[in-house]
Design a protein around this ligand. Structure first.
Ligand code: SF4
Length: 346
């Protein structure tokens, strides 16, 4: 295993110390950092550095180490999917979407996922490893370079469970507002978890201004156990209690993601259970017309049923909208593409 640090995991202090130890002038640390913060991670493109510094960087750190292996552009709405190959052969996906407010990037927090959700292509592809903070940051920086445009918001909602990679996630959230890098305010960042309660509690204590979304997908334990076996280890009631605490202590609204599967969790009875569960909570419900993928045991919810479900929630006083689908022609939903590529290439 390569024990060298990935270049985007180096902070200013690391670079200064490295220059000192290597006998390079200290101003070189600033130059290297500038390149890295703008998403230039291969030494060949760092044009103002002399050869010996480039060679030293290559020796001591993983330079490059994150390359676009495939890119797909939706012909329907311009959504872009980037497939990154990491230095150790792991593959991750990043999706870039254009909204009226600008570009938003959906990043992965792990290569694969351990949560085993039965509707998710990422779970089927298995677990590789967790990503470092720099590898999460790299997805944002390299997406910005690919589009040649500033990224306006980030959602940690791609492959992996961010709270299963908690410490690295928190470090990433600190890196994301680096004025030399993505320079994004916390309110422009959303973290989505499948509901690991101890981590939600830790996160609550940090009182960050980051948006929190919970992938709920079921209003009761029985259904949740079927759809999300690992997260369902925590009872739904306890999960919602943790969410209530989060809202109370941070003063922030919380979002629930609810993917609809035909005749599974899209019934009126489910809508009513969901409304009762979330009663009085300052929240928003994002309904998702879940995508089918080859081998998926579930069928996509029919349009008419989604509207009936949404209206019932609304009638019961909840704030629910149907999430706009993007990049359907390039399999932009979480994990689908990685799985397809691995099956084809592996
Ligand atoms: S839905 Fe999210 S948490 Fe569940 S297996 Fe897929 S990536 Fe993991």
């Amino acid at each position: 295993m390569d024990s060298r640090k990935f270049c985007l995991d180096l902070n200013e202090e690391d670079l200064k110390t490295w220059c000192k130890d290597r006998g390079f002038p200290s101003f070189r640390a600033g130059q290297i950092r500038k390149w890295l913060a703008s998403g230039v991670i291969d030494t060949a493109s760092m044009t103002n550095l002399p050869k010996d510094i480039k060679a030293g960087l290559e020796e001591d750190f993983i330079m490059g180490g994150m390359t676009i292996a495939h890119d797909f552009v939706s012909q329907i709405d311009g959504t872009v999917k980037l497939v990154f190959a990491l230095h150790d052969g792991n593959i991750i996906e990043t999706v870039i979407m254009r909204y009226s407010t600008g570009l938003s990037v959906c990043i992965s927090s792990q290569a694969g996922c351990k949560m085993g959700c039965t509707f998710c292509a990422s779970a089927k592809a298995g677990f590789g490893r967790s990503l470092s903070p720099g590898e999460m940051l790299g997805q944002v920086l390299l997406a910005g370079r690919y589009m040649d445009e500033r990224i306006r918001s980030v959602v940690v909602m791609g492959i992996g469970e961010p709270f299963d990679n908690y410490d690295n996630l928190i470090s990433f959230l600190k890196l994301i507002n680096d004025p030399d890098g993505p320079n994004l305010g916390a309110r422009h960042v959303t973290v989505s978890t499948c509901g690991l309660i101890p981590k939600i509690e830790e996160f609550t204590k940090l009182k960050l201004q980051v948006n929190l979304a919970i992938s709920l997908h079921a209003p009761n334990d029985e259904l949740r156990r079927e759809l999300m076996p690992v997260p369902a280890h925590y009872p739904v009631r306890d999960l919602i209690d943790a969410c209530r605490k989060y809202v109370k202590e941070t003063g922030r609204r919380i979002t629930f993601e609810y993917s609809l599967f035909d005749e599974v969790n899209d019934t009126i009875a489910c809508a009513r259970q969901l409304a009762a569960l979330l009663k009085g909570l300052n929240c928003h419900i994002n309904l998702i017309a879940a995508n089918e993928f080859p081998g998926s045991p579930y069928k996509r919810c029919r349009k008419g049923r989604i509207e009936v479900f949404r209206k019932e929630l609304e009638r019961l006083g909840l704030n629910a909208t149907l999430r706009r689908e993007m990049g359907t022609d390039i399999m932009a939903a979480c994990g689908q593409l990685r799985r397809g590529i691995e099956e084809k290439e592996g």
